[in-house]
Design a binder for this molecule. Structure first.
Ligand code: F6R
Length: 262
């Protein structure tokens, strides 16, 4: 994993947006894997700016979102369909048929999940996957003990995740759905490149465990240590528990200019 520490979440997000933009410019038919939640919001804002001001073209891009709550209609304000439309898709020029988000209302979840994997494969696989990290180390909604070989399927949300996400449901834990459809860890690991983001002190313990701890199913994000092209963008607060913070800064600063994103 390449760890890139920036002063602020804004700086980290701009750097991550440059990686995504370069991917799309180099291959206008890129397949992007996308995340929801608070973490990628600034990244999406920067992509929207690049689209408006610097002609970043999404017209041939295909997207697959990581996850969706089971039982929420697409137009429910807390659904990830609504989130993505509001925070990215309605501001850029990606045609609706090229957008894929798991359907939380599907009557046949196993069949839907199989079809989602097939559609990813038919699109040529994911070129670049954007990820956040849960305070319990989850990626997508692959909670601790998820199989590293897992593919898209239904999962039960862990208690820390339900509590973390209650902020999107007026703070009411009882309103947070208990189940979701999520890409698996195997699905995520099949992406050619991974761009992971983490901001704020609340993520510091998970970041340290994922980057410097043992690779273990109890810390799903730690599997990214085995990914051949994973960049981890963290702000100072999220990086604060890393033992080797100075080492990552040194390595990054020593890279040739053209290889740097931040
Ligand atoms: C969202 C997702 C989750 C979030 C994680 C962090 O699609 O898959 O793994 O990335 O829960 O959430 P935030 O960014 O809200 O802290």
């Amino acid at each position: 994993m390449e760890v890139i520490i920036s002063e602020t979440a804004e700086a980290s997000s701009s750097a991550a947006a440059r990686v995504v933009a370069r991917q799309v410019r180099e291959n206008p038919e890129s397949v992007l894997g996308l995340a929801t939640g608070s973490t990628p919001l600034k990244l999406y804002r920067e992509l929207i700016r690049l689209h408006r001001e610097e002609d970043l073209d999404f017209s041939r891009v295909t997207t697959f979102n990581l996850d969706e709550y089971v039982g929420l209609e697409n137009d429910h304000p807390q659904s990830y369909h609504a989130f993505m439309h509001e925070n990215l898709f309605r501001h850029i020029n990606i045609p609706a048929p090229q957008i894929h988000i798991p359907d939380g209302m599907t009557p046949d979840i196993p069949m839907f999940c199989e079809g989602y994997e097939r559609r990813i494969a038919d699109a040529g696989g994911i070129d670049l996957q954007v990820l956040g990290i849960g305070s319990d180390g989850h990626i997508g909604f692959n909670e601790p003990t998820s199989s590293f070989a897992s593919r898209t399927r239904i999962k039960t949300l862990a208690q820390p995740t339900v509590e973390d996400n209650a902020r999107f449901f007026d703070g009411e834990v009882s309103r947070v759905p208990r189940h979701c459809i999520t890409m698996g860890i195997g699905t995520i690991m099949s992406a050619r490149r991974v761009v992971m983001l983490a901001f704020g002190e609340g993520k510091a313990a998970a970041v340290a465990a994922a980057v410097e701890g043992p690779v273990a199913a109890l810390m799903p994000a730690s599997i990214l240590q085995h990914h051949p092209d994973a960049k981890f963008f963290a702000d100072e607060a999220a990086a604060s528990q890393l033992k080797l913070g100075d080492y990552y800064r040194w390595v990054y600063a020593g890279k040739p200019e053209w290889q740097r994103d931040a």
